[in-house]
Design a protein around this ligand. Sequence first.
Ligand code: HEC
Length: 456
Amino acid sequence: MRSPVALIPVSLAAWFLYPGPLAAEDGDITFNRQIAPIIYQNCAPCHRPGEAAPFPLLSYENVAKKGKAIVKVTAARFMPPWKPEAASFAYRDERRLKEADIALIQKWVSAGMPEGAAADKPQAPQFPSGWRLGEPDLVVEMPAAYHVPAGGPDIYRNLAVPLGLGEEKWLTAIDMRPSARSVVHHVLYFADPSGHAHERNKAGEEPGFSGMRPGGAAVPLGGWAVGAQPHFFPEGLALRVPKGADLVIQYHFHPSGKPEAEKSLIGLYFAKEAPKRTLTRIQMPPDYALFSGLNIPAGEKDFVIRDSYTLPRDIEAVGVGAHAHYLARVMKMTATFPGGDVKTLLNIQDWDFAWQDRYFFQEFQKLPQGTRLDVEIHWDNSATNPRNPSNPPIPVEWGEQTKDEMGSISLMAVPGSEADLRPLQTSLTRRRNDLAREKMQTDPDLARKVARLLAQ
Ligand code: HEC
């Protein structure tokens, strides 16, 4: 027998589930009452001038113009972009529309997109400072624009700027506003405690210096990639920025077909006090799989790399992030508890290079010593992968160009107690060094490749 709920028409089910004003009939779903709140909250943060999306969704006119497309992209869950499947632990800031909201949008568009009464018209969303996290504590502008040519290979360039900090600071978030979004593939941020990186800027005509190495003592501060949203670290966590440090930004530029000049604004957000716990990262496989045999034959539909690591100490998992290029499809990380219980930490079945983000758990998750972390990454180098940048497919190896591949999943975590930090980091470093040594001893091509990378 069908359940009575299945007999309720969709339109009724939609308003039944929807907490907003009740709509007795289809005609009563209006933009001003039900649709605007959904769009302004879930879409406008990106669909506005200066942000990643190609058109604004800030008014009735904006939304009505795209009505049909909005029905399609929300039903397909292509928008808002959110890649991970529901996993064992809920994520913060999850960007998924409720089924009821999707149904409401469909009904509203089929009913001819009525705007509704002027008295109901909500205020257009406001973004006073333009920054997605609000006004930063410190905004720095790159001292000069970097000119990216129309074509040629990808460019890695480090630009440094003194922060002028008279004391050590604790970074809780960092965001950036590129001036030429189309050529900025991703950036990595570093703090150079020597404060000298900006003096290296004088080499050559363009600002900054080339290569993948920002300078010996530089401390990583995270990164920004197409489509990523800025986040504050969860409560109490922050990264140290030493007194007098330079901020080094390592750009990966991908020429777009026309010349561009990039001069970014960077916004930094600081904590009021030093954190009590230290944020660390468990990257699997290490070095974005440089030492994991990433050689994908042309046409290979399911190339898989797996990695496992058993925790030598207790940790609390804070969140998870993933990185790969265009060919990756599946990104999965699980935790198997000492008792055999398996929890999924990240499960992306349709990896999209454009939407790499970090996913913080709503609550820190205790993972005891002896828990085994497992990662699997799948790549599809066949002609049927619509995201394959090479047509026909070519053999792909590990590399830093967009046509090359790399891949790893990183668990962001705090040690169970601060005394566990050093043993955990030592174990991770040893594991990484053992792996690198073993692979380079048996593979002279890989050893040459690493030497080349280090010489850049
Ligand atoms: C995190 C940022 C972000 C959010 C949130 C977001 N969008 Fe988008 N949207 C984009 C970007 C970037 C593109 C261009 C994507 C591309 O070209 O692949 C886009 C493209 C689109 C398109 C055009 C799709 C196409 O096939 O060309 C539509 C329609 C759309 N968004 C609607 C929405 C709606 C409706 C919402 C809210 C329910 C939403 N978006 C939320 C960033 C966002």
